[in-house]
Design a protein. Structure first.
Length: 233
């Protein structure tokens, strides 16, 4: 299985041809009120390589779809607000995509010896001010510190911070636990969770899953995973 950008585009195109509609995470919250059959909640986590996001945007524009892009603010691999990265984010917004925060608050609190709630409030404020938006959601990033950033939410709610959702929250958002979650986060193969439970050994692609016509797909992709010629380009 080669994770080229052409391959990704063909996967997304297959879902469209199979009758699926794509939406952002915030749009999903609106659709919960009036459910839509065959819906893909289209999530993109930018973990390491912001420049590759340009090619994801190219694909979305060709296919006429939108998604939610979660960005890190403390990634050593990219400066969120350098000249080109900022331009990419503004392009995403102008195309109707959503920007969310890929939060690392447990990591921040441990590394900096600061209060995790203060870290989150500050990051949300900075992201909102620089992009001149109001973000609605965060997705907890799984880094290399050994800490679980999702632990932050065990005793807190997104609404405590002026947010509508956390991407794995089972209470107010409820998407992960009530969908077919398909992710490329293992880099060279797909994995999936069915209503919050890992489907052991199921490495089928989104297009292959579409043959079963699941009503709700929560699709997570990463620009870092894809390439034109080889993985290390």
């Amino acid at each position: 299985m080669e994770f080229t950008f052409d391959y990704l585009e063909n996967q997304l195109k297959f879902l469209l041809n199979a009758g699926y509609e794509f939406c952002t995470c915030t749009e999903y919250l609106e659709r919960k009120i009036k459910p839509v059959n065959k819906l893909v909640v289209n999530r993109v986590d930018i973990d390491f390589k912001m420049p590759k996001t340009r090619y994801i945007l190219d694909i979305f524009e060709r296919l006429g779809i939108r998604g939610t892009f979660f960005v890190r603010m403390h990634a050593p691999e990219y400066n969120l607000f350098d000249f080109e990265n900022y331009r990419i984010l503004k392009r995403a917004l102008s195309g109707g995509n959503e920007i969310g925060y890929h939060s690392e608050v447990e990591d921040q609190a441990a590394i900096w010896a600061e209060d995790s709630e203060s870290c989150l409030r500050r990051d949300i404020d900075v992201l909102n001010r620089i992009l001149e938006i109001k973000i609605n959601g965060v997705a907890s990033h799984n880094g290399m510190t050994g800490l679980n950033n999702l632990d932050f939410w065990k005793s807190r709610k997104p609404s405590d911070f002026g947010l509508l959702y956390e991407a794995y929250d089972s209470r107010s958002f409820g998407l992960f636990d009530n969908s077919l979650y398909i992710s490329d986060s293992e880099w060279t193969r797909w994995k999936c969770y069915n209503n919050g439970k890992l489907s052991e050994g199921d490495r089928r692609s989104p297009a292959e899953h579409a043959a079963d016509s699941p009503n709700l797909i929560y699709l997570l992709t990463h620009p870092d995973t894809y390439y034109f010629k080889h993985f290390y380009e």
